[in-house]
Design a protein around this ligand. Structure first.
Ligand code: ZN
Length: 381
């Protein structure tokens, strides 16, 4: 049975329902926490903010109470680091549950540490504890000039910086990708040759949806050689050209122009779309993607119209999280896994900085599996 528990009480002066920490069987309100809560309330913090702080402080008090040689009033960096680890450790699940127990996310752990350190800072200011306790936990944050409107942030996160050991790292998740079966389902679920070409183009080249919608017919160098067009790049490819006059606001984000090679199968899909386009409209629009079925026929296919089509694909292909950017993540990840050099992938994606490409180099579960499997085969010989 934990020593500290959270209870709600109505504050007579403001009628706010605030959380407090009570202690032992007598349910005595812990005076330091009470004082801290009232100071937050007086400082205009919302009941919600206070409600998120208090249980985290209670968890800290219980942890210190149950950890030998630990007193919350004199907590040290190594001790608070162990508290942090206890938060990150897998949590027991309710009985009968077969869910894999998971630790708290870095963001949640960060909220715990913020609440605890805010509480300890308050205790130091109010002479409940020795200020050196807190000074060990935080680094001073020097602001040469503090503007009058300086906002310390909802959680006061700009007023102090935890020492390095206590900081939670902002995790870089591997971008989500589409499984090959999902790509096929989406492609098969397209309703017309134009949308099929759009999906296959996004999937094959990893270009941004805005770049695709901004493509002009002159950017499609789909012949085996484009010498006649004044381009010396061999094989079929598309050019992503930085333009400022895109009528449909499909403004390429890339700062410089680039080209992306494509497979012959994409060229065939483009031919089928071109045949459909010629059959339906006599549009001399320079844009590759134009309205053929809805809206002003022959006008550039807009982002919102393309997104409406993609929303339709979500339900028909049973890929509820489908988003054009998923194709980009999928293509980039595939290139990295196929061994394409990182700076080449950066060029293909049109990333201005290498850091944007680096997220794709986190090994995927499949890469790790393959590495283990290779090791096993090697070991058996
Ligand atoms: Zn070219």
């Amino acid at each position: 049975m934990s020593r500290y528990a959270v209870r709600t009480a109505v504050l007579p002066s403001t009628s706010q329902r605030l959380k407090f920490v009570v202690e032992g069987e007598t349910l005595q309100v812990v005076p330091e926490v009470r004082s801290f809560v009232l100071s937050l309330s007086a400082a205009g913090k919302s009941v919600n903010t206070i409600s998120t702080y208090v249980p985290k402080i209670a968890a800290f008090l219980n942890w210190a109470d149950e950890t030998p040689l630990t007193d919350w009033r004199t907590v040290t960096v190594p001790q608070l680091t162990r508290f942090k680890w206890s938060l990150e450790a897998p949590q027991p699940t309710t009985e009968g549950s077969y869910e894999a127990p998971a630790g708290r996310s870095d963001a949640t752990v960060g909220l715990y540490l913020t609440a605890v350190v805010e509480f300890l800072r308050y205790c130091a200011r109010s002479d409940y504890i020795d200020p050196t306790t807190v000074n060990r936990l935080v680094e001073p944050r020097y602001l040469g000039h503090v503007p009058a409107s300086f906002d310390p942030g909802e959680n006061g996160q700009f007023r102090f910086k935890l020492v390095k050991q206590l900081r939670t790292k902002p995790v870089q998740h591997r971008p989500k990708t589409l499984a090959p079966a999902a790509v096929k389902a989406v492609t098969d679920a397209t309703l017309n040759p134009r949308d099929r070409f759009l999906i296959e183009l996004l999937n094959a080249t990893g270009i941004r949806i805005g770049e695709a919608l901004g493509l002009r017919r002159e950017d499609m160098h789909f012949l085996p050689t484009s010498i006649n067009l004044g381009c010396e790049i061999a094989g079929p490819h598309i050019h992503i050209v930085r333009r400022k006059d895109n009528e449909n606001y499909a403004f390429g984000k890339a700062r410089k122009s680039r080209h992306v090679p494509v497979e012959p199968s994409l060229v065939r899909t483009y031919s089928r779309y071109q045949a459909e386009r010629t059959r339906l409209v006599n549009a001399d629009s320079d844009y590759v993607f134009v309205n053929l079925y809805k809206g002003r026929i022959g006008a550039p296919y807009t982002y919102s119209a393309a997104m409406a089509a993609i929303r339709g694909l979500r339900s028909r292909a049973l890929v509820p999280n489908l988003h054009p950017h998923l194709f980009r993540h999928t293509r980039a990840t595939a290139w990295i896994e196929e061994g394409v050099e990182r700076d080449v992938v950066q060029d293909l994606l049109g990333h201005a900085v290498a850091a944007s490409t680096a997220v794709y180099t986190h090994p995927s579960p499949k890469t790790l599996r393959d590495a283990v499997d290779r090791g096993r085969i090697g070991g058996a010989e």
